[in-house]
Design a protein around this ligand. Structure first.
Ligand code: 3UK
Length: 502
């Protein structure tokens, strides 16, 4: 591949030639063909250019999974601008943060999004484009011809935001070419994605997992993907699977758990007969769920670990060889090492920090030199933040090496949950750590009470309610443990790892 080839142009052109009239995307009753996608992505690039947006400029995209979202992503890429898809569920302050942090020049979002409010004070914003399900207003009036711009090696090709331990999300920039990395080892090597596959991801396009499984893999293969604009609850997922009959389903453990609880074999609302494989990532898939799902549905789930920084899956199970309770083996193209706290490599059987190395991983966070130094080592190794043990080439997840929790595949920072709880008059001090609930990680609040307050089920229920009013669902503790004091280091730093349960 030419070093400076435009990747969006490559994907769109090759599909326009090989399968113009085939569905690229399905969404509800609507179909977007590969040809129509290419035309509208070009229109979008013309629209952006007309508004003064150019190569390297960040284009923040806050859209539900929809035809518009894919057009916006690829359209910005045709211009060699840097699309930055973000979660639509962010609040106004979070949008203000990502707009300012990325120094976004353009925003593409729905008219009613709090992002539109945040846009009013965004320092670098040139234009805010309101958007419907098919694209920004007035898109049809632009030309469907656009000569793609070659990407510049020094400018990011696209960027995603990943939550940090202090609550401030970090921009994770990738080169355009990184978009195609998952199509090789993971897409072709592990999943064997084919032209006749229909891919469906419960994970949204603003997450690396969703972007890979709804954009990279299907467009590379000239296949079809299903987009679900709304909330991916069990009813919505079963309905979309029944209607669009996908062959590959990408989901996260917490949702597989919910799907299994609602699963009624033989019923029309539980028809999984189209699926050839289910994939799980984002958090560890409990061994029990892995087995029960395969037993109940007859379709196996492959668990694999990836990250926003890697923009890939680096360890994965293989079809027909699933080892429940493990993340599987290295994905072709990746090396891994497990090291102790001095950085020395550990042998099989000993748990340590997992580092991985492969092409296409992020080499530096956006404007976070101190985080970059900790995570992206100069010789290309990426510090994953996960503790793993390896046994004969099979990797098993042992938890995070930092205090972060992965709940429902969302990163949860204990610091943010603790801050919210400290605002309650009964709380003197608190620390949040993982609690194992049937194999899944859930936040548990360890609370030291102010004098005069009595520990007990009533206060516990009150604190949980208080948290629910202040925090998004995945951050809410599921249990309160009252303690006399918290484990701390000599310098007074709380040792959350000592509070982990199970
Ligand atoms: C955790 C897992 C155990 C792990 C992601 C697939 O989750 C993704 O990216 P994030 O940047 O988080 C990365 C962290 O999540 N994790 C992910 N998968 C697993 N832990 N077993 C797993 N199977 O802590 C990792 O460091 O949000 C997942 C593809 C792309 C992704 N970005």
């Amino acid at each position: 591949m030419a070093e400076n080839e435009n990747i969006a142009a490559r994907l769109l052109d090759s599909n326009r030639q090989r399968c113009p009239d085939k569905a690229a995307y399905l969404c509800g009753d609507d179909v977007l063909t590969h040809q129509a996608l290419a035309a509208d992505a070009a229109r979008l690039a013309n629209l952006l250019r007309g508004r003064g947006i150019g190569p390297g400029d960040r284009v923040l995209i806050a859209l539900p999974d929809s035809f518009a979202a894919v057009k916006a992503f690829l359209g910005a890429m045709l211009l060699s601008a840097c699309p930055v898809p973000v979660n639509t569920l962010l609040g106004r302050d979070d949008f203000a943060f990502v707009l300012a942090d990325s120094a976004a020049a353009a925003l593409i979002t729905t008219e009613d999004s709090p992002a539109m409010q945040a846009a009013k004070d965004a320092p670098d914003l040139v234009c805010a484009l309101p958007c419907g399900p098919d694209g920004p207003w007035g898109l049809a009036s632009f030309s469907a011809e656009f000569e793609a711009q070659a990407p510049h090696s020094s400018a990011p090709g696209f960027m995603l935001y990943s939550s940090g331990s202090t609550g401030r999300p970090k921009g994770v920039p990738h080169a355009q070419a990184d978009l195609l990395e998952p199509t090789r080892g993971w897409g072709e090597g592990v999943l064997g994605v084919r032209e006749d596959d229909i891919l469906f991801s419960a994970s949204k396009l603003s997450f690396a997992y969703g972007l890979m499984s709804s954009v990279s893999l299907p467009l590379w293969a000239g296949a079809t993907a299903v987009l679900l604009p709304g909330k991916p609850g069990p009813d919505e997922l079963f309905a979309a699977i029944g209607r669009h009959r996908p062959t590959l389903f990408f989901c996260v453990p917490t949702l597989y758990d919910m799907l299994l609880r609602c699963y009624e074999p033989g019923q029309a609302n539980s028809d999984l007969s189209s699926l050839r494989l289910c994939y799980s990532a984002g958090e560890a898939l409990p061994e029990r769920l892995c087995r029960q799902w395969a037993q109940a549905t007859g379709v196996e789930i492959l668990d694999g670990i990836g990250s926003t920084e890697a923009f890939n899956l680096f360890v994965s199970n293989r079809p027909g060889q699933v080892r429940c309770g493990t993340s599987g083996q290295l994905v072709p193209g990746f090396e891994a090492r497990i090291v102790d706290e001095t950085g020395a490599e550990l042998p099989d059987g000993q748990p340590g920090d997992l580092h991985v190395r492969g092409t296409g991983t992020c080499r530096a966070y956006w404007n976070r030199p101190e985080k970059t130094v900790e995570t992206m080592l100069p010789d290309g190794w990426l510090v994953t933040g996960d503790v793993y043990v390896r046994e004969n080439g099979v990797y098993s997840h042992q938890g995070r090496s930092d205090d972060m929790l992965k709940v429902g595949a969302y990163f949860v920072s204990p610091v943010q949950v603790e801050e919210a709880l400290r605002a309650h008059p009964a709380v003197l001090d608190c620390a949040v750590a993982a609690l194992n609930v049937e194999g899944l990680v859930r936040p548990c609040a360890h609370v030291v009470l102010q004098p005069g307050f009595a520990a007990g089920p009533q206060l516990s229920a009150q604190l949980l309610r208080f948290a629910r009013q202040a925090l998004p669902p995945q951050q809410c503790p599921v249990r309160v443990c009252f303690v006399d004091d918290l484990p701390k280091t000599a310098t007074g730093k709380v040792q959350r790892f000592r509070l982990r349960q199970g």
